[in-house]
Design a protein around this ligand. Sequence first.
Ligand code: ADE
Ligand code: ZN
Length: 372
Amino acid sequence: MTAPQDAPLKAPWSFALPESVHRVPASALPALIERLPKAELHLHIEGSLEPELIFALAQRNGVALPYASVEALRAAYAFTDLQSFLDIYYAGASVLLQEQDFFDMAWAYLLRAQADQVVRAELFFDPQTHTERGVPFEVVIRGLHRACRQAQASLGVSADLILCFLRHLSEEEALATLQQALPYRDLFIGVGLDSAERGHPPEKFARVFAQARALGLHVVAHAGEEGPPAYVWSALDVLQVERIDHGVRSVEDPALMDRLAAQGVPLTVCPLSNLKLCVVRDLADHPLPTLLAAGLKATINADDPAYFGGYLNDNWRATFAALPQLGPAQAYALARHSLEATFAPPEVQAAWVARLDAAFEEAAAASAPLRP
Ligand SMILES: Nc1ncnc2[nH]cnc12
Ligand SMILES: [Zn+2]
């Protein structure tokens, strides 16, 4: 007699779940999560600057820091909202002066990403944070780009850069930054929008995003982190973004949820960031399961790992530990969404998805009961 087949889980996503997903027991999930190939799509490279590297660069560059030690700096990482974090984050970036500093910061992150099985990283950088202090744009982008190329060559990690405009500054300053970036057009793949969200709606940057699109650049924007669902609507309608960064407040607006699901717009969700910046009170309250159940293309990302207590796999681990609604099907969907939401060519994405499927197949086979 053959065992009755489990009814296939009804997945609301754009792909069928491989059959192996149903054969992975929940007990095998923590180890499997560590090994899954993933993409990191929401990572501010300046937010990967660990206190130890801040102190080492401060010493190398003769920069005075307002903290006596690594421990004193780390102790200041107690945030009440986005702005309280940004104040410390911009201060930390002040030690970055030379091309080698930008390389060292990005290289440290890329090594860490490789350990978390990141196959693709699309890294945000904030040039205005540096050019405002007199560091030339070229110094910033050449150091970061060299680390990305070396990651592909020696770590097998595919990495590219996304230039973010600071939304607390004016659109004129963003336009000037885009002009400054044009000679280096081949060294970055897109533009984004970050920094203080409240009071700085996406429509403030309509013209600079139109210019970026006309140049053939990819476009993404932070929206719906602290800001209202209306900012997600205008990021889609006015900026015409391809992905929404964060977007967690979309759960407050059922019509917006329908739109995001119908259009398959990826959301780059950052659970530990949301916890540390008090966007959610507890990870157990995080809307990620609701987003997935509604068929949205949600992904897990680290945002600013040096400040929020964890890199990519730390985010996966903490999120799955806090939310029992998340099982093997959701792990598969989250990893697959991340790979298919990259700006890599479709055939490259397909090769990564094949590795994802193989990881699930291997875990299912290893968990199968032995036949007598
Ligand atoms: N979480 C975040 N939100 C907005 N801007 C940022 N810059 C760095 N991290 C950020
Ligand atoms: Zn962010």
